[in-house]
Design a protein around this ligand. Sequence first.
Ligand SMILES: Nc1ncnc2c1ncn2[C@@H]1O[C@H](COP(=O)(O)OP(=O)(O)OP(=O)(O)O)[C@@H](O)[C@H]1O
Ligand SMILES: [Mg+2]
Length: 286
Amino acid sequence: MPIVADNISYAYNVGTSAESVALRGVSFTVERGEWVSVVGHTGSGKSTLAQHLNLLLTPRSGSVSIDGAEAKPGSGESRVARRRVGLVFQYPETQFFAETVRAEIEFAPSNWGVSGGALKACVDEAVSASGLDPALLESNPFALSGGQRRRVAIASVIAMRPDYLVLDEPTAGLDAAGIRELIQFLSGVRDAGLGVVQVTHDLRSALSYSDRILVLENGSRVVSGTPEFVARHIIDNPVRGLVIPPVVRFADALRKKGMNVPLICEVDEMVRAIGIYKERNKKCGS
Ligand SMILES: Nc1ncnc2c1ncn2[C@@H]1O[C@H](COP(=O)(O)OP(=O)(O)OP(=O)(O)O)[C@@H](O)[C@H]1O
Ligand SMILES: [Mg+2]
């Protein structure tokens, strides 16, 4: 069963001079066991959409349903639904309030009545899944590095054992090794059957790892579909602020020369295809 956002619209500060429309009739679906990336220029509505998926925001029009149940604000169902959709904020520190990492991670499960050995198991499981160093459990979360804070935020959400994980810019500020680890973590989470929504500026990683991509511009859906489909679309119809990764541009140029490389591919795959092409041309020429 999926999360379905159907034709949702949202504006901030309605009725004031600061009113700003953030989403305009956007539809979006994520199934369990699927990884969907949401990409777009700054201000395109990505974070606003992410906050609708766990019911933190309520659409002005349109609807959001989680596993078939429409999420109405304040209803018991929406409380349960929120537990099933874990949201890791764009700036994780905005999520923290406890004095220790342990208290931060324990908060949600203990709120749901988990205690004693079961609570400890929840925390240990979340710490290990998120790759957080257990030695940091008694530290103040505000005293940690950006990468460590990100892991605490992920662990505190994983501790609720959600069915869906929505992460807003989870790779921002991480170094290359941190990004690799996060990508591995998300692949594992998806393979374990959770639905993953990753909001990101990083088109390269969205194209390489997600199952589907939604592109937003100025609050509207530009295109959605498989990475291959989305890459083709944005090569042909450039989107403001979205830079096509050089490897994809190069693959596109090779395809135009008749080489059979996938549009989304790694460099070694491309080198292999060039080798086959050269070999074929040599044979034709001899
Ligand atoms: N709390 C808020 N109050 C008023 N306007 C807001 C608020 N949050 C977002 N907006 C506006 O809504 C629009 C969409 O913002 P949103 O944060 O969803 O975009 P985004 O794609 O996540 O951007 P970024 O890549 O910079 O994180 C923007 O025009 C933004 O200025
Ligand atoms: Mg944002």
